[in-house]
Design a protein around this ligand. Structure first.
Ligand code: 4AD
Ligand code: MG
Length: 477
């Protein structure tokens, strides 16, 4: 019979029918009960082995980690855990797994240990749940934008520009690093490079996205972006996926509405399509928090947190209002936020962001109108001469999840800002052209996909929500 996935099988009413399942052994008890998993769900199917009539040599090969094909009869389960069992009539070993050497023993492993065997961690319940949720969220992102008539635009991975101007780009070259060609003045001669110029991995698809929006109206990108910043934190990766919509004729308020709508849509989608996985992750978190002191445990479970996020408007306020709140607040008994007492203009640290979200408002927050000095050159300048039409969305447990703005569509203002900051206008001539030929008000934002997955799965470290994390001194798998 044709193979059936375990998720579907568990919903089938047993009627003595023959079925075939394929998967990996989680455990094999008493020479009789195999817990088999195929990744379609965290639940295992129990295979009942007629051990008295099964070859001894075959029984020995049914070990944790081995890949099997099992044909048998679907019957009502004898055990309490599940509704159905498969009574095996034939077992084929597709791939042996040496029990002495297999690193994933049937017991609890720490996340740190599992990170070191990232090639095998997919086989645990936790990572099965995480990557199924990640899959749903990415599908939901596409569905949200497609329903609204946005065009999915593929922006280049190799570029000559650094959109965020933060100097955190990874260089790309085909030059022989041991024998770099030099100009007469001793500099690296990028004219001899494959592209005839210095290039890097993209830090953001925004600038190219803006070009698309100036013709297609509404576009979004969804692809990998790269930053050579200090990513030794639980919130940063050197390679992360970003969703960057860009919309012609949108202002900042439209931009905020779209971002809030997107976040709620995809979270709701995951709740509807991954109920079992989110329930599993909710229990995992509760278990993990048991080891923490009472006051450090969260007030809501993961499931409650997600539902709360759906059912409440995000709090919207300006950077200036946020500073007023932070200046007057006492995060703990001893200290105030020292650097903010100095006042307006400072960039917010993640402890400030988390204070606003977790302690003050106790819900997602959208901060707007930041000082222009701490934001990028392309953000639209406000009339006060000091702030720009920026927005950051801050989430509980995460901090910044979205960064965006209305864009400066006025050529003169944009050029003047680029001059002030020292961004070469001649290199971005193509970007400036959009302001010359039918430029119009527009806006966009970037949603860090792994930060979203982090929020929805309740995991504590961004390295655990991407299959193969890239961070300093780590590119093994
Ligand atoms: O705030 P950022 O740097 O904004 C941009 O790149 C804009 N060009 C976006 C736009 O307007 N189109 O990054 C956007 C988001 C952040 O809010 C954060 O969620 C995520 O990307 N992010 C990271 N995620 C993981 N690791 C990193 N190193 C990240 N850096 C930014
Ligand atoms: Mg940002």
């Amino acid at each position: 019979s044709e193979r059936i996935k375990i998720k579907a099988l568990l919903q089938t009413t047993p009627a003595e029918q023959e079925v075939n399942v394929k998967g990996w052994v989680r455990t094999f008890r008493n020479n009789q009960f195999i817990a088999l998993n195929d990744g379609s769900t965290n639940s295992n199917i129990q295979i009942v082995v007629d051990f008295q009539n099964t070859d001894e040599a075959l029984l020995k090969r049914i070990t944790t980690g081995a890949a099997l094909s099992v044909t048998g009869i679907l019957v009502a389960s004898l055990g309490k855990g599940q509704a159905v069992d498969v009574k095996a009539t034939s077992i084929e070993i597709l791939g042996d797994s040496d029990p002495e050497k297999y690193p994933l023993q049937p017991k609890k492993h720490s996340l740190e240990f599992l990170r070191e065997i990232a090639h095998l961690r997919f086989r645990t319940n936790t990572f099965g749940a995480i990557f199924r949720v990640r899959n749903s969220l990415s599908f939901a992102v596409h569905q949200f934008f497609q329903e609204k008539g946005f065009v999915y635009l593929h922006t280049p991975v190799i570029t000559a520009s650094d959109a965020e101007g933060a100097g955190e780009a990874f260089k790309v070259t085909n030059l022989d690093l041991n024998n770099l060609p030099r100009t007469e003045s001793g500099e690296i001669d990028y004219k001899q490079d494959f592209f005839g110029r210095a290039t890097n991995l993209t830090v953001s698809g925004q600038l190219e996205g803006e070009l698309g929006a100036m013709a297609l109206s509404d576009i979004y990108t969804f692809g990998p972006t790269f930053r050579a910043e200090n990513s030794n934190t639980t919130r940063h990766l050197a390679e992360f996926w970003m969703i960057e919509p860009e919309m012609a004729f949108y202002d900042l308020a439209d931009n905020m509405d779209l971002a809030e709508g997107l976040l709620k849509y995809v979270i709701n989608y995951a709740l509807e399509h991954n109920a079992e996985d989110i329930e599993f992750l909710t229990q995992r978190l509760l278990e993990e928090e048991k080891s923490k002191p009472q006051q450090e445990r969260s007030e809501m479970t993961l499931l409650e947190k997600l539902q709360f996020c759906l059912n409440n408007d995000f709090e919207r306020l300006t950077y200036t209002q946020a500073i007023e709140i932070l200046k007057d607040s006492t995060p703990n008994k001893k200290k105030k936020f020292q650097y903010l007492i100095e006042g307006w203009g400072a960039d917010l640290q993640s402890e400030h962001e988390r204070y606003l979200v977790e302690k003050h408002f106790k819900k997602p927050v959208i901060l707007t109108d930041y000082p222009k000095e701490i934001k990028s050159f392309y953000m639209r300048q406000n009339d006060d001469g000091k702030t720009v039409a920026a927005m950051d969305i801050l989430f509980p447990g995460i901090g910044e999840i979205v960064g965006g703005s209305q864009r400066e569509e006025r050529l003169e203002r944009l050029e003047q800002r680029m001059d002030e900051i020292g961004i070469p206008k001649d290199e971005l001539w193509w970007y400036l052209d959009t302001r010359r030929f039918g430029g119009c008000p527009h806006a966009g934002f970037g949603l860090g996909f792994e930060r979203l997955v982090l929020f929805v799965t309740g995991m504590g470290n961004i390295r655990d929500v991407i299959p193969f994390p890239r961070f300093p001194k780590n590119a093994e798998f």
